[in-house]
Design a protein around this ligand. Structure first.
Ligand code: NAD
Length: 496
């Protein structure tokens, strides 16, 4: 099928979706008749509607998750793995539909969205396998005559809240480890992008037992808040901004539940004169402007040696000028999609204006285009001063800022001069220098001569204000389990 046909089918699927929640293994109406208008950011036009859920809907979803919990928690890891493998297969079978939904709602090109689906099914497959490999200290007599062993148990009902930039991938990063560990879940997608998550949940019918996965759409301030404060939820997991993280942690504190936070980032890209500039520019184009820069690990804060700055600016500007914008709904091929909303675009534009006032030089872009959709051009800012908003705060847009350094220690101190600690990269052919940076950069993922490459086997997590949860890898599975120490008297053969 052509992308145009796949996208048209996905739009029909959206048109057929009555505003509903996914609770207890099926779609049910919200307790409120209110709906959320969902927009195509490429045109600004209405894409569809979703239910504007309420605290009462959260109660119903928690009740379904609690009912499903004992049986799911008692299944063997092998049986859970089987279900998750089947779910991964179902995701792959519906790859075109899911990619099209993601493209229509986030505004990314269909081609870009298709790369995300295998990452989603791989996440389910990895967690299915990892579920069968729980680790703990060996059982033994750590106190003479007493046998100790560890049980890895699910935490209970997980409340998960996801952002709009990668709605399905971020949902998978929560659902897969939580369910693999034997928990059940209530998930709230972003109010801006609820559609693909609802469709994904619908695909779970008959694959996962009813009530294991529930989805309530609605606003953070109502549904998200009700979840964080809910007595029937044992742990909250959020991917989102720092402000939402604070609110979720504060709500969770009222019932002392566990919290798992994946928050914002401000990834430095440290460039030495011996870096492979062609590869660097390619990478900046792919993961600085990819998804319109709306990526928590986006390579958008270049800190380059003063000897290489002009060459880099020239090559990056030439490459960034080639980026095409387009409307995903029309099946167009493009590299630079729109921002998610008008409000977000205004925020990005205001940050660029502030950078100008703080002395930055606009090398490319920086002007809001006329026309439909929430587009913002590929922008490059040079001479960004340390300590300014542009150097320290997350833009979440297609804006690459460039700072310079003269000495290695200065590069390191500039790179670490942020409150976030999610992702960073260093670009040099000098391996010893690269290793020094991997030790000193205070970020949860550090790449040498690449940026934003993932593996399901490796953790994704932040330091500092980027939060304290681990997605992906066996560490994520650990985060969704609790350890119980069991001790029983077995005596000794001589009766002592
Ligand atoms: P956001 O914080 O606005 O929203 C995230 C989710 O939190 C949404 O579902 C929202 O409805 C909900 N929410 C908002 N207020 C809430 C509250 N008071 N209580 C409970 N839930 C609430 O974030 P966003 O704009 O959707 O996404 C962008 C942010 O997410 C960026 O800061 C980005 O860096 C971050 N992000 C982080 C990662 C990561 O892995 N660390 C990945 C993707 C995005």
């Amino acid at each position: 099928m052509t992308p145009e046909k796949i996208l048209a089918d996905a739009q029909r699927r959206i048109d057929d979706l009555a505003p509903a929640l996914y609770i207890g293994g099926g779609f049910v109406p919200s307790t409120s008749a209110e709906t959320i208008e969902v927009t195509n950011p490429g045109t600004g036009a209405r894409l569809g509607v979703a239910a504007n859920g309420t605290a009462a809907d959260v109660d119903a979803a928690v009740s379904a998750a609690r009912t499903a919990l004992p049986a799911w928690a008692r299944t063997t890891p092998g049986a859970r793995a089987e279900a998750l493998f089947r779910f991964a297969d179902v995701v792959d079978e519906h790859a075109e539909l899911l990619a099209a939904l993601e493209a229509l709602n986030v505004g990314k090109s269909y081609a870009y969205a298709t790369y995300e689906i295998p990452l989603i099914s791989d996440c389910f497959r990895f967690m299915a396998g990892a579920a069968r490999t729980a680790q703990a200290p060996a059982p033994g007599q750590y106190v003479a005559g007493q046998l100790s062993y560890i049980r890895r148990e699910p935490v209970g009902v997980i409340g998960a809240i996801t952002p709009w930039n990668f709605p399905l991938l971020m949902a998978a990063w929560k659902i897969a480890p939580a369910l693999a560990a034997g928990n059940t879940m209530v998930l709230k997608p972003s109010v801006l992008t609820p559609l693909s998550t609802l469709v994904l949940a619908g695909l779970a019918t008959g694959v996962l037992p009813d009530g294991v996965l529930n989805v309530v759409t609605g606003a953070g301030a109502t549904v998200g808040r009700a979840m964080s404060h809910h007595d029937g939820i044992d742990m909250m997991a959020l991917t989102g901004g720092v402000g939402s993280g604070r609110q979720v942690a504060a709500g969770a504190a009222t019932t002392v539940k566990r919290v798992h936070l994946e928050l914002g980032g401000k990834a430095p890209v440290v460039v030495f004169p011996d870096a492979d500039l062609d590869l660097l520019v390619q990478t900046l184009i792919a993961v600085g402007y990819g998804n319109a820069g709306q990526d928590c690990g986006a390579a958008t804060r270049v800190i380059c040696h003063e000897d290489v700055r002009d060459r880099l600016l020239e090559a990056l500007t030439a490459a960034a000028r080639q980026l095409r914008s387009g409307n995903a709904a029309a099946g167009e091929e493009f590299e630079l999609g729109p921002l998610i909303s008008g409000a977000h675009r205004s925020r990005v534009a205001a940050m660029v204006d502030q950078a100008r006032q703080d002395g930055a030089r606009v090398v490319l872009g920086g002007e809001m285009p006329a026309g439909p959709g929430f587009f913002y051009p590929a922008t490059i800012l040079a001479d960004v001063a340390p300590g300014t908003e542009m150097a320290r705060e997350e833009v979440f847009g297609p804006v690459i800022s460039v700072e310079t350094f003269a000495a290695e220690a200065e590069a390191l101190s500039k790179a670490n001069d942020v409150e976030y600690g999610l992702a960073a990269s260093v670009w040099t052919r000098d391996q010893a220098r690269a290793l020094r940076f991997t030790e000193e950069l205070a970020f949860g993922s550090v790449w040498v001569n690449s940026h934003l490459s993932f593996a399901s086997e490796m953790p994704w997590n932040g330091f500092g204000k980027s939060g304290y949860g681990r997605d992906n890898s066996a560490y994520a599975l650990d985060d969704y389990t609790r350890t119980k120490h069991v001790m029983l008297p077995i005596g000794t053969p001589d009766g002592s």
